[in-house]
Write a protein that binds this ligand. Sequence first.
Ligand code: ACO
Length: 324
Amino acid sequence: MKAKIVSTASYLPEKVLSNADLEKLVDTTDEWITSRTGMKERRLAADDEFTSNMGTKAAKLAMERAGLESKDVDLILVATLTPDYMFPSTACLIQRELKAENAAAMDFQAACSGYIYGLSIAKGYIQAGMYKNIILIAAEKLSAIVDYEDRGTSILFGDGASACVISSEGSGLEIDAVTLGADGNLAEILIMPAGGVRNPASKETVENRDHYIKMEGREVFKHAVRRMEAASQKCVEISGVDEIHWLVPHQANIRIIEVLAKRFKIPMEKVFLTIHKYGNTSASSVGIALDELLNEKKIEKGENILLPAFGAGLTWGAALLTKE
Ligand code: ACO
């Protein structure tokens, strides 16, 4: 049994946060941000727009494109580190909006690697014969947990959502191989320290700004390159392909992406980028880029797309898709 991505979709909120806007908020420059990250703009959700709203919009479009009716959805998977609530899950909120009454629904959390982890979960369920139609949604309202007084992190993140329908039937992109990894020893180098049961919200946690993302950028950078490269290598080996036609990486930093492209000898015109427009949208980033690639370029039968990602946890992974 093959697991195939039969449709993709994405949703980006309208409001733009440019490098010039950030220059007014923190001690930074357009030149620094552009040269160190490749980012020019990101999108911000409206005050009354949440992760579930953005995820629902992307999911509805993916279902429409796949011709999938609500009653035929078996499972809704949501990758997010910015859920609407600690509980109930964002997946249940989206299930309500989709009126997918026959679907099971769950969130899972692998930070920026969420989309890749989600592909692997969906592939497993489909190949086990347990479900036929799964909607994978990755959605983030990172602006709710970004510290706009911290120049080390505020410049990086944006909001957005992506979705795909993964089915055992129909045609599209076969999920050929997926590799995943994690290293909890480095959990604290990228973390939101408060808000969970270890540090519940208190006057102190608010005063310490502990409800925002904290990151040791240089350390994260180092591991990102190493881990995405190894995951991609393993994925290529498992699938046995001898050529990668498109690289659609997690959009965290252009310098990380360039190193990766060079190591796999993929020319930059075959690397699909959204980083300049949307920054790092965590779990949704790979899915947004994949959706835009499929909308803008013609992928020929037999061509391969490599999707590497990396995030907090630490987590990492890569997926190799082949056009049927
Ligand atoms: N504007 C101007 N100067 C800045 C800024 C800024 N926005 N941010 C940092 N600097 C300064 C620093 O203070 C430092 O100054 P100093 O030399 O006087 O001390 C200098 O620039 C260099 O700082 P570094 O942190 O070493 O800069 P670096 O080149 O590493 O770039 C960045 C920082 C962009 C954060 C990079 O480390 C990075 O991209 N890291 C990886 C992030 C990532 O991949 N995340 C993925 C997962 S995200 C998730 O899972 C949610």
